[in-house]
Design a protein around this ligand. Structure first.
Ligand code: EPU
Length: 405
């Protein structure tokens, strides 16, 4: 394959930004990925009495002036990101009611870190058929998160807009999408110290009626496309990228002997000049390589010389795709729910495989493009939740991929 592939706006950035639109009357978001999770979040805004208008393909204007308090619809259950409505609803209505959130089948994924922090800030939490949250007034305070949850950090940052005093988040998440949300909140009028670190201090109030914001390029697409180009020995320019957020991805590519060039806006993967080399593929807390980058690199490991340790400390049910790679001819050993070995290089062959989550879906697409023969991937709804027009974009690079309805 050969050519240029355009990176969409980040899924994990746009979802909290849509929730944050509750805090300002009019929000214009640009570089919006056209994915199912975006439609679901916008659907919830409409259900609550807001409205939205697309301006061309990638920009949306959301108006939440006439929003009213309502429990979230049952449809929100399918989307784990629906938990992100809790913070802004509490800030605006002092109430929120939401179903227990669902999402990918990758692990237990409790939301206790959100609820414990809400309580500390003056929220009553009633767990019945749904989660009922209410407050007589949000206090400020210093919250030490018991785990650096991405969405809990984002929820607290949004909730801070309605708190009497500043909210300090200690041991929070610092991912690029958390930073993007903080930049949006600053445009709205909040003051935030510590953006990009695990300690945030948020004070002030929303001071503007409208905010315009461009969503950052999706760093998970970037690593996925890089692993895809490398594993298929292709020459692909991936653009736009924001090099600020890619340190661990670039280290991983270098560790595996991938031939690449990078500048501020483009990551170019070149055909290999050395054999790919096995390397540890281990998740950490951002700015280390985060869990969602791992599956595509695991496919690259099937084409690398030696044994790569795949270690995802976070999720205990994210390794199902490794079993699917085994069906395609990879030499894999699942050691426990968090660790596997992939020993390469091995040729892969096409067969029928299933994906249960977004990132595993991308990994299986990469494996299918490496494999000899035809691969059928089931469960592509998961892929469409996170990647816009993935088949169309890959066809433009020369991939032989069709969608069966
Ligand atoms: N967890 C721990 N220890 C920690 C942090 C988390 O055990 O230190 C557990 C949590 O208890 C929970 C699970 O890990 O069971 C998920 O953690 P977190 O709450 O951080 O995840 P999230 O905020 O629900 C976001 C992304 C996920 C991504 C995780 C981790 C969004 C909308 N979702 O979820 O994205 O995997 O952070 O980086 O931002 C994806 O895009 O494929 C995806 C699943």
């Amino acid at each position: 394959m050969k050519g240029e592939i355009k990176v969409s706006g980040s899924k994990n950035a746009i979802l909290p930004l849509i929730a944050a639109s509750i805090l300002v009357e009019e929000t214009t978001l640009k570089n919006v990925p056209r994915i199912k999770d975006v439609d679901s979040m916008l659907g919830i805004i409409s259900y609550l009495g807001g409205s939205f208008t697309w301006l061309g393909d990638q920009a949306v204007v959301i108006n939440t002036k006439n929003l009213e308090f309502k429990p979230l619809p049952d449809a929100a259950r399918k989307l784990r990101a629906s938990i992100l409505f809790a913070g802004p609803m509490l800030a605006r209505f002092q109430r929120a009611e939401l179903p227990y959130p669902g999402g990918d089948i990758i692990g237990v994924r409790p939301i206790d870190s959100h609820l414990v922090a809400f309580k500390d800030l003056g929220v009553r939490v009633i767990k019945s058929k749904s989660i009922e949250l209410s407050t007589d007034g949000l206090k400020g305070g210093r919250i030490i998160l018991d785990e650096p949850s991405v969405t809990a950090t984002e929820n607290l940052a949004m909730l801070a807009a309605g708190a009497a005093d500043s909210v300090e988040i200690r041991l929070g998440a610092a991912e690029p999408h958390v930073q993007d949300l903080c930049k949006f909140l600053v445009k709205a009028g909040l003051e935030i110290e510590g953006i990009g670190t695990t300690n945030l201090k948020i004070s002030g109030k929303v001071r503007t009626k409208s905010v315009e914001h461009e969503v950052l390029p999706d760093e998970l697409e970037i690593s996925g496309f890089a692993a895809l180009a490398a594993a298929t020995h292709s020459h692909v320019a991936i653009t736009p990228v924001d090099i600020e957020y890619l340190d661990s991805v670039l280290l991983q590519l270098r560790g595996m002997n991938v031939n690449f060039k990078v500048n501020a806006r483009t990551l170019e993967i070149l055909p290999p000049d050395l054999a790919y080399r096995a390397h540890r593929i281990q998740s950490g807390l951002y700015p280390k390589l985060v869990t969602d980058h791992i599956p595509p690199f695991a496919v690259l490991a099937t084409q690398a010389e030696g044994a790569s340790l795949i270690h995802d400390w976070l999720y205990e049910a994210r390794q199902s795709y490794i079993g699917e790679l085994y069906k395609m001819g990879a030499n894999t050993i699942i050691m426990d729910p968090h660790r596997a070995l992939i020993i390469g290089p091995t040729p892969l062959h096409g067969t029928e495989v299933v994906t249960y989550d977004i990132r595993a879906g991308m990994a299986l697409i990469i494996a299918a493009l490496v494999a000899e023969g035809q691969t059928i991937i089931l469960g592509i709804d998961h892929i469409d939740r996170g990647y816009e027009n993935i088949d169309g974009r890959l066809r433009e690079l020369g991939a032989d991929i069709i969608r069966q309805v």
